[in-house]
Design a protein around this ligand. Structure first.
Ligand SMILES: Cc1cc2nc3c(=O)[nH]c(=O)nc-3n(C[C@H](O)[C@H](O)[C@H](O)COP(=O)(O)OP(=O)(O)OC[C@H]3O[C@@H](n4cnc5c(N)ncnc54)[C@H](O)[C@@H]3O)c2cc1C
Length: 427
């Protein structure tokens, strides 16, 4: 028997939504919790979808938590159900099965959808994006029949797919508009090193070119580039970014700006509606400006804060340092923070083609750090970024510097003012 008649509804059962549901219970919310998701599967992790595409489906379809957990925590899952609209005035969540749920609070955790370029042939079978398990099944099935594979967009998901396809023996070409893949998130030096992992294994990387059209009559058979050349393709994977799924928020009159605008407590401009995960534009103190953080770790942590706030925990804020990881050809890339134009890049001098640790600095403080296969050192220096402790570039670059000693000296340092200032969000 529930101790409260309240009902909180979470739209989107993925990293953010599930974390929020569990956090509601962790914070002793005694009412009803419903998670509604358009997908039919038990909520699953998305990162394995681009990393474990070969072999049995169980390798890439990994539940976030086992089914029993929802029963144990008294969380109702409404799967295969789409929310069509939110009606703040009547506090109703309108479902596509004809029902409407009355809710005391609503969390929007609708994530993002993959973008497709507006070129001819984009709807041809064999031109794929990779966002959910249906996409992964389609891609895995096609990879089993062989390439050539053309990956459009050299971002993390594109490069992970390129690595998996190449390891499966396919002929793989990555097409990237920029001078090199990953230049925006990693800068030219580290992006070059990660790209080297691919070229050394025979992945062709075509940079500074764009796609004019996808060719083929029943199925895709080629990709026409801006150079006029046509790359043969049995499979095309488009990884050119995502669009936050804001339409429910917009139609409910919630303020959106490249995402649902939230404050540090995940509150939107409508007191009935909170938001968390990829769909949000957040005022994280570790970002140069409010923006989206499209990573699994952020979605989970922001979702957990949203759940706590919905349960009434007024002291909870999402100010966590952005973190992501990527796996390519057996190497693990990890990054904390985000750098801005003008930050100074410092590479630890013992970097190799296959292992590195690099930092970005602004005003004598680390704004971001990235590592390939050096997880311990990256974890060690994390407090330096979190606290904004002053550092000297030469200490970071020298392999002789004991990073643990640097961090010890930072312990005495008080966290940055900016991480304690009130949020710049909507509420
Ligand atoms: C292939 C792939 C690999 C990735 N790899 C990494 C990685 O290695 N490292 C990393 O940090 N991040 C990775 N990410 C990013 C990470 O998965 C996302 O940041 C995370 O999934 C965001 O979680 P979310 O809950 O905000 O949204 P999502 O995961 O996008 O989930 C949103 C959910 O909302 C549901 N939904 C949307 N609209 C409605 C509606 N109207 N009604 C009902 N349900 C609705 C959708 O069905 C979906 O299940 C990867 C993403 C993908 C796609």
């Amino acid at each position: 028997m529930r101790g409260s008649t309240e009902h909180h509804v979470i739209v989107g059962g993925s990293a953010a939504g599930v974390a929020a549901a569990l956090a509601l219970r962790d914070h002793d919310f005694a009412g009803k919790v419903t998670v509604v998701d358009a997908g039919a599967e038990l909520p699953y992790e998305r990162p394995p979808l681009s990393k474990a595409l070969t072999g049995a489906e169980t390798r890439f379809l990994v539940p976030i938590v086992p089914a029993e957990v929802y029963a144990e925590r008294d969380v109702d899952l409404l799967l295969g159900t789409r929310v069509l609209a939110l009606e703040p005035a009547r506090r109703l969540v309108v479902l596509d099965d004809g029902r409407a749920l009355r809710a005391d609070r609503v969390l929007l955790a609708t994530g993002a959808t993959a973008l497709l370029p507006g070129v001819a042939g984009v709807r041809l079978p064999g031109v794929l994006t990779l966002r959910d398990v249906r996409d992964a099944r389609d891609l895995a099935g096609r990879l089993g029949r062989g390439g050539p594979v053309v990956v459009v967009g050299g971002g993390f998901i594109g490069l992970e797919v390129a690595a998996v396809a190449r390891e499966a023996g396919a002929d793989v070409t990555v097409v990237e508009q920029a001078p090199r893949p990953l230049e925006r998130p990693l800068g030219p030096d580290l992006a070059g090193r990660v790209t080297g992992l691919h070229t050394r294994r025979g992945v062709r990387i075509r940079t500074g070119v764009s796609v004019l059209e996808f060719t083929g009559s029943g199925e895709v058979d080629g990709v026409r580039l801006s150079t006029g050349e046509v790359l043969p393709a049995a499979i095309v994977v488009v990884g050119v970014g995502v669009h936050p799924d804001t339409h429910l928020a917009e139609r409910a009159g919630v303020v959106c700006d490249q995402g649902v605008v939230v404050d540090r407590q995940c509150r939107t401009s409508d007191p009935w509606i909170l938001a968390a995960g990829d769909v949000t534009c957040q005022p994280n103190p570790h970002l140069p400006a409010p923006g989206r953080v499209e990573h699994w770790d952020n979605a989970q942590k922001q979702g957990a804060v949203a759940g706590a706030v919905m349960a009434g925990a007024v002291d909870q804020e999402h100010t966590g340092l952005p973190y992501f990881y990527s796996e390519q050809f057996g190497h693990t890339l990890q990054m904390y923070g985000r750098f801005a134009d003008g930050d100074t890049f410092v590479l630890r001098e013992d970097a190799t083609d296959t292992a590195f640790l690099g930092f970005w600095l602004r005003d004598g403080r680390i704004t971001a750090a990235a590592a390939l296969d050096r997880p311990k050192e990256l974890r060690t220096i994390r407090p330096l970024i979190e606290t904004g402790a002053p550092v000297v570039a030469a200490d970071l670059s020298s392999p002789d510097t004991d990073l643990r000693a640097l961090v010890k000296s930072a312990k005495a340092f008080k966290p940055l003012e900016r991480s304690l200032a009130p949020g710049a969000g909507a509420a």
